[in-house]
Design a protein around this ligand. Sequence first.
Ligand code: BYC
Length: 333
Amino acid sequence: MYAQLVDTGSTHLRSLAELSPQERAFQERIDAGIKIEAKDWMPEAYRKTLIRQISQHAHSEIVGQLPEGNWVTRAPSLKRKSILLAKIQDEAGHGLYLYSAAETLGVSRDQLLDALHSGKAKYSSIFNYPTLNWADMGAIGWLVDGSAIINQIPLCRCSYGPYARAMVRVCKEEAFHSRQGFDIMMSLCKGTPEQKAMAQDALNRWWWPALMMFGPSDAESVNSVQSSAWRIKLFSNDELRQRMVDQTVPQIEYLGLTVPDPDLTFNAETGHYEFGAIDWSEFQQVLKGNGPCNRDRLRTRVKAYEDGAWFRDALVAHADKAEARQASAPQAA
Ligand code: BYC
């Protein structure tokens, strides 16, 4: 099993009758759509689940800068370079909002970063794939950020206030990211046959990993039942994955590209596209650390952190000096 499995203290979803009075009052607040705030009482398992999900999400934003960072110096024009830089900078900001949201649950930034750097914490599988050419910048913005929006819009209504509020701004920025990706794909598809072939190649390589981003199938999703009861998850992994396929296939057709799935069919009765089998063994390998870029991503991330030590030390020294200066200054009457 590829789950880290936060011990939620129970092996099945307990009914209201099985909960303690405090837990029942908590669940009733959630059922009534009332947000839980940092200082409110919460079951330990709710806290741990949120720390797990929010920190994985934060790590994904931070590690997610790396595949795109690879192309900043090789963007085809000044305009594309500025847009890409702005997007990557947004991802850093998203990571910071999310680390702050996790910190409201009583975990420190250092603990979270230690977990990432030691390889204990997960981040999204999608960032363990290589970016081989410029078309990958289009495919990431369009498919990866597009999928992120589909997953994150419901999170703006999740039960934990600080996470929900962080998501509102993140989603606004993701909408720009996804449009810039589609714009790159449009330019390539309207370009030379070689450029269109680059777009198709990028779609071929990113399509299946983007579908895997939504997590294992509902039957395999160990955290879903409890997270749904706590309204951390408002839709299941499979529901959101289906939404992505239904939304993206017409865009692929509009671009004049081919969906890299010979089994894809449209079911006129349900109004949904039915897609071929996902290779879950690939997903499991990536989660175990054996994806094409896992080791490289972690090495790069740890090096960046270590290289920045002098700067963090300088900030602390500056803050200490400022505090000492303030303490020794004569008090105003
Ligand atoms: N990759 O029981 P399940 C972005 C793990 S950032 C890796 O369904 P859950 C962007 C899962 O953690 C996008 N691991 O779990 C950034 C669990 O293991 P643990 C990031 C995955 O939590 C920069 C196990 O599999 N978005 O878009 O109920 C540039 C069983 O899964 C993945 C978020 O983080 C995966 N894809 O549901 C551009 C959104 N999927 O923890 C773009 C917030 C599953 O028990 N997170 N696992 O050891 C969520 O919505 C949920 O956590 C998930 C998984 C839907 C991802």
